[in-house]
Design a protein around this ligand. Structure first.
Ligand SMILES: NC(=O)c1ccc[n+]([C@@H]2O[C@H](COP(=O)([O-])OP(=O)(O)OC[C@H]3O[C@@H](n4cnc5c(N)ncnc54)[C@H](OP(=O)(O)O)[C@@H]3O)[C@@H](O)[C@H]2O)c1
Length: 245
């Protein structure tokens, strides 16, 4: 039992993580959509807190988190970064502004939040375990996915270096899901041909946001006390399948 900061808690995978992880922890639900955060709060155990923050606003991130923790007298034991943004665009159409927005949420925010939570002054040195929600595209490639895949590869690079730098006090790992139907991907899955392609490409079928919670729970727990710096893929066998089709 401890305090767990969860970004991306208002939707999709984060919503499922909040409900599941709240059985063991007091969750700090973070996102931008206050109404949806309140809805998730009602589904959770252990009276969660809400930290409403725009992660693109990285200039104020450190200070806002510091104030939130101080005002509520909270020291965070576990951090799960689930917030993420994806934009699918061919290279010829990408703009620096899009890249910056994707990297702000997917890479800069988890770096700065982890930094704050490691500070003795801000968080009493309480942090024990961190899980970043990456993607199975982190180690792969796909046309028009260069912005998203490079941000997830950067997130996993951050994870590995932090795992070494913060040991032995803090363990840091990544979970790499495959395709699931959420707000982020619903347009892709609305296309029947794409849906069929996904069905064919996943040996265990398309996953659900709730499939991600057990592995995150395990990585946070003491059962994973000797696991750090790892990418754990959870994608129904998608990335190990080399069957010719
Ligand atoms: N769905 C998939 O197929 C899939 C596959 C692999 C990996 N993932 C990863 O899983 C994670 C969750 O994705 P999801 O599918 O659950 O997507 P989602 O339903 O779109 O949820 C995204 C979450 O990120 C938060 N967020 C986005 N931009 C933000 C910002 N600027 N500031 C603060 N919060 C922000 C959203 O908060 P608000 O709604 O409150 O703005 C929301 O809670 C992401 O990291 C994604 O890359 C998803």
């Amino acid at each position: 039992m401890g305090f767990l900061l969860l970004t991306g808690a208002s939707s999709g995978v984060g919503r499922e993580l909040a409900i599941s992880l709240s059985k063991e922890h007091t969750i700090i639900l973070s996102g931008r959509d206050e109404k949806r955060l309140q809805e998730v709060r009602l589904l959770c155990d252990n009276n969660p807190f809400i930290w409403n923050h725009e992660l693109n606003d990285f200039d104020n991130l450190e200070n806002d988190l510091k104030i939130f923790l101080k005002v509520n007298n909270i020291s965070v034991d576990y951090f799960v970064h689930c917030a993420g943004v994806m934009k699918i665009l061919p290279l010829r159409n990408i703009k620096i502004n899009d890249l910056q927005k994707i990297f702000a949420v997917n890479v800069y925010a988890p770096a700065i939040i982890t930094k704050c939570l490691c500070s003795k002054k801000i968080n009493n040195g309480n942090l024990k375990s961190v899980v970043f929600i990456s993607s199975n595209i982190s180690n792969r490639g796909a046309a028009a996915f260069s912005m998203y895949s490079s941000s997830k590869a950067a997130l996993d690079g951050l994870m590995r270096s932090l795992a070494v730098e913060l040991a032995p006090g803090v363990r840091v790992n990544s979970v790499l899901p495959g395709g699931m139907i959420t707000e982020m991907t619903k347009e892709l899955f609305e296309n029947p041909e794409m849906l069929q392609k996904f069905e064919n490409d996943y040996p265990l079928g398309i996953g659900k946001p709730s499939d991600i919670a057990p592995i995150v729970e395990f990585l946070l727990s003491d059962k994973a006390r000797w696991i750090t710096g790892q990418q754990i893929t959870i994608d129904g066998g998608r990335t190990i399948d080399i069957t010719e089709r």
